[in-house]
Write a protein that binds this ligand. Structure first.
Ligand SMILES: CSC[C@H]1O[C@H](OP(=O)(O)O)[C@H](O)[C@@H]1O
Ligand code: HPA
Length: 243
């Protein structure tokens, strides 16, 4: 089974049946998980920030979300993320499938190996995003004639505030191309649970200090409104690729 985790601007993917439990031993999932048929396959959808969108990125219960998806038999996750653009190619409106990440978050419940049982594994995380899913996204982008940038480092910040210009300069020096607040611990937990995970990012603003304007939510929402139409088309085509 494949799951889509929607972020800013993607609260619903399609109508469907509520499945699974909202509560597990990690607490409550962000929202009910909804299952439906898309492109001839069964897909689960979970709204990361709740529906309506009220949960801040540092307060998302990533462990409950990932655990609940695993219990439903999910083995592949396509995550949707709104991000800021750092490097010049990452302009507002661009679609990006990152191949690497750097985690700048802190204080989040970021692992299932928390001492609550006797288990401990040090998972390999050299390549955080699954190549089979990234390949499907690239083929889907070709079939929809939608440009998709498939090499980018996603820097994950704590939020919910946006970054300072100096923080973005530092992230640029570190090699980050895009910045968001949610890919970790989500991607790490997916790996701990042996689920393939890839991220489809929509660049919704130039990162702090990367344009001559301040960042406003109005500007972001304008990009989200048009960009999510492309995201939905690309996801639907990717699901067909993954049959
Ligand atoms: C200025 S919008 C910030 C918000 O959008 C992104 O969320 P998501 O990855 O769930 O689409 C970013 O990480 C922040 O949480
Ligand atoms: O500029 C940003 N910074 C962090 N997260 C974001 N999510 C969308 N835009 C941004």
């Amino acid at each position: 089974m494949l799951a889509i985790i929607g972020g800013t601007g993607l609260n619903e993917f399609s109508e469907g049946e509520v499945v699974g439990e909202r509560h597990n031993h990690y607490g409550y999932t962000s929202a009910a998980i909804v299952q439906s048929e898309v492109a001839g396959r069964s897909v689960c959808f979970l709204a990361r920030h709740g529906n309506p969108h009220t949960i801040a990125p540092h307060q998302v219960n990533y462990r409950a979300n990932l655990w609940a998806l695993k219990q439903l038999g999910v083995s592949q996750i396509l995550a949707v993320n709104a991000v800021g653009g750092i490097s010049p190619a990452m302009v507002a409106g661009a679609l990006v499938s990152p191949d690497q990440l750097i985690d700048y978050t802190y204080g989040r419940e970021h692992t299932l190996y928390d001492g609550s049982d006797d288990k401990l594994e040090h998972i390999d995380f050299s390549f955080p995003f699954a190549e089979n899913l990234r390949g499907a996204l690239s083929r889907a982008a070709d079939s929809c004639a939608l440009p998709l940038l498939d090499k980018a480092v996603y820097g994950v910040t704590q939020g919910p505030r946006l970054e300072t210009a100096a923080e973005i300069d530092r992230m640029d020096r570190d090699g980050c191309d895009i910045v968001g607040m949610t890919a970790m611990p989500e991607a790490g937990l997916a790996r701990e649970l042996a689920m393939d995970y890839a991220s489809l990012c929509l660049v919704v603003n130039p990162a702090a200090g990367r344009s001559d304007r301040l960042i406003t939510m109005d500007d972001i929402h304008r990009v989200v409104d048009t960009g999510m139409v492309k995201v939905r088309a690309l996801l639907t085509a990717a699901l067909a690729e993954l049959q």
